[in-house]
Design a protein around this ligand. Sequence first.
Ligand SMILES: *Cc1c(COP(=O)(O)O)cnc(C)c1O
Length: 402
Amino acid sequence: MSKANNPLLDPARRSAETQLVHGGTHRSEFNETSEALFLTSGYSYPTSDHAERLFKGEIPGAHNYSRFANPTVDIFQERMALLEGAEAARGFATGMAAVTDAVMSQVRAGDHIVASRALFGGCRFVVEDFMPRFGVSSTLVDGRDPANFAAAMQPNTKVVFIETPTNPTLELVDIKAVADIAHAHGAVLIVDNVFATALWQKPLALGADLVTYSATKHIDGQGRVLGGIVLGSKKLIEGDLHTFLRQTGASLSPFNAWVLLKGLETLPLRVRQMTDSAGKIADALASHAKVDRVIYPHHASHPQYDLAKVQMAEGSTLVSLEVKGGQEAAFKLADSLAVILISNNLGDAKSIITHPRTTTHQRLTEEARLEVGVTPGLLRLSVGLEASDDLIADLLYGLDQI
Ligand SMILES: *Cc1c(COP(=O)(O)O)cnc(C)c1O
């Protein structure tokens, strides 16, 4: 009787749900069942010689400072890497730290970035406003047509950055087509995969080089902590990206990594429930008299429905809708809701409605907003874990008040 030959000892043989409960676990001498929280900044060494060899990198897996390595953060990174099918990962303090480090670690002054223009606010700021201050120029394109990326590539383009589905209009970018364009020009493709989640879309398998997440969203999913992560090949992650993290220090706190690990255990259950409800909400509102259009990637009315079916296993936990009557109508709807909260987070257990024009996209000019589909009547709904019937009833009541 021995478990030595049990095939399930190999993490690669386990399904995602199992990996998200057990993956990457390293137990301490006490053999605790729950992941240990190593709330420590540093580590002591038995001898000076040991310290010297450790700093030379001669002791693999050893820890010397929690800015760049901590056992609890390690478990989070390994578990996420198993889910994503990535060779390596690094945790960050926030999603924006993850995106900024992913981009900055790949460029030098004189380089160029191509990005889709429909991006999360902070991501667009980094690419459009922040990088040019350091001599890295950028071109933003309409991401719906891969030909626009091809046309924007320059000899010095080192990074292509996309988000799909996009915030807040859930437009799609063809990851495989854009990966081929990036690689033909010697650039790396970075995909911000927050809106699809790691369960419904696998950018690395489609050709992306780096994938980023705001772990604040579905991974925590309960509104408690901020966090981020970047995943990819050992070469990219353990090279410039690790050095950038180590030397600039936007590190993930071990406490937050521990909370995120607890979040990963229930991620498939939560994302499945939220996605099912989102689909039901899209169906319930699609032909409502006061709704101009419902936007949901796996709804047949989505302009890129065919691509959504190929690229995404399911249609996301977000639904956007454009109400008739512009901003006044949108405010009336949001202000009459009893269950759904007015806020700007997403991927949370609590359903959240956002009016992008006056909040997340306020910084942009009206012209730039309309370019990415942020009209006065647009609302973005992040579907939570409440009963879908209650969410639909709440929205129908709100629509009645317009
Ligand atoms: C929230 C979010 C970010 C930023 O993450 P933070 O954890 O808030 O820093 C980046 N990209 C997308 C798509 C997001 O939704």
